[in-house]
Design a protein around this ligand. Structure first.
Ligand SMILES: [Zn+2]
Length: 365
């Protein structure tokens, strides 16, 4: 799950554009301007676009969906359409190719696009992978290895689930100054869950887990039983995907915010997730994406730990195209894809990310 903090790269002066982006993209598409805009921009700016997905699910407006709907990046149809746009207008690229270009000082193709998934939900295997295969494209799947090992649901998403389903009348979290009555309406509960996810990320990683554990006990909603709508992939699935040309990277062990962990535990989290992927898949894990990924999710010490562990590149969840400055290699920006984007908006976002890149609403990555 990625953070609302992924918005960190967007200035407040850009906010009025947010509601206009889809309309502007449609107008540009209707007049045939988008390919022209893309060509002009490509001549002026040399950068890569790294798309960030979480889940591909067919419930685009999932009324009865009792997990975080903001983690649904696209329906299967929309994802298929998006890959067609990538193939038609841009240059799809893998991370190992990008790393090789940078290592050897070779030029990165203009209009390069890379595709990433965070967390490791099993819809990546069930829905996204077959569509990628059909399109002949590869993607990078950043997985939290502890969840792949255990099959446990992701903690932030389980927190949303608990808030959506508990029969408790109120939520008390004194460590956050929270004492909220819980409404009956699911939409209102989702709004509260979104607020809670924003609040909880101010705590250190263990205090976050302690709060979630306490609510699990008090509300008798242990995650052990799991839920079919919030299931991680298995290593067997990831081995199949990897054998077919997909890339697999780290998203930590337990999806903790690395900058909010004690330093020794953070370093172990970074190194252990790499070791586990390499043991399970038999090939090097070269890239990590920082869980949550915003400006408060990683710092210089986390970057040093990532370098020391042997990673060759790291992705943040800061929004925007990546200009490939030498110091950006361990904080690559990405372009979040969200379920409300239509094809015109998606194409506009790739053609001119400065204008059409959405201020991410995604939380809890
Ligand atoms: Zn995540």
């Amino acid at each position: 799950m990625s953070g609302r903090v992924g918005d960190a790269g967007i200035r407040s002066s850009e906010m009025p554009l947010a509601g206009r982006r889809p309309r502007l993209a449609r107008a540009c598409a209707r007049t045939g301007l988008l390919p022209l805009i893309a060509r002009v921009r490509t001549a002026l700016r040399h950068d890569v676009r790294i798309l960030a997905y979480h889940r591909v699910l067919d419930a685009a407006e999932p009324d009865g969906f009792l997990f975080d709907p903001e983690l649904i990046s696209a329906s299967s149809d929309a994802f298929r359409q998006q890959l067609a746009i990538v193939k038609r207008r841009f240059v799809p690229m893998r991370f190992d190719e990008l790393i090789d270009c940078l290592d050897r000082g070779r030029p990165v193709p203009r209009r390069a696009v890379l595709i990433t998934f965070d967390d490791g939900y099993d819809d990546n295997y069930r829905h996204a992978w077959p569509i990628l295969r059909d399109a002949g494209l590869s993607a990078m799947f950043f997985v939290s290895t502890g969840h792949i090992d255990s099959g446990r649901p992701y903690a932030y998403d389980w927190l949303v689930h608990m808030l959506c389903t508990t029969r408790a009348a109120s939520l008390q979290a004194p460590e956050l100054g929270i004492d909220w009555a819980l409404p009956d309406d699911l939409g209102a509960r989702r709004d509260l869950a979104a607020r809670l996810l924003d609040c909880i990320k101010a705590l250190d990683a263990y205090a976050q887990q302690a709060l979630i554990d306490r609510l699990q006990r008090e509300w008798s909603l242990p995650p052990d039983a799991g839920h079919s709508d919030c299931r991680p992939m298995t290593w067997a699935q990831l081995r199949q995907m990897h054998a077919s040309g997909m890339e697999v990277g780290s998203h930590g062990v337990d999806h903790r915010m690395l900058a909010k962990m004690p330093r020794a535990a953070m370093r172990e989290e970074v190194a252990a997730s790499k070791r586990t992927i390499e043991r399970e898949l038999g090939s090097e894990a070269q890239v990590i994406s920082y869980p949550v990924g915003g400006a408060d999710a990683y710092d210089d010490e986390v970057v040093a730990a990532v370098r020391d562990a042997g990673y060759r590149m790291a992705c943040s969840y800061l929004a925007g195209p990546e200009a490939l400055h030498p110091d950006a290699r361990y904080a690559m920006r990405r372009i979040p894809v969200e379920r409300h984007m239509d094809a015109d908006w998606f194409e506009g976002m790739l053609a001119l990310p400065e204008v059409f890149c959405h201020r991410s609403r995604t939380r809890g990555e």
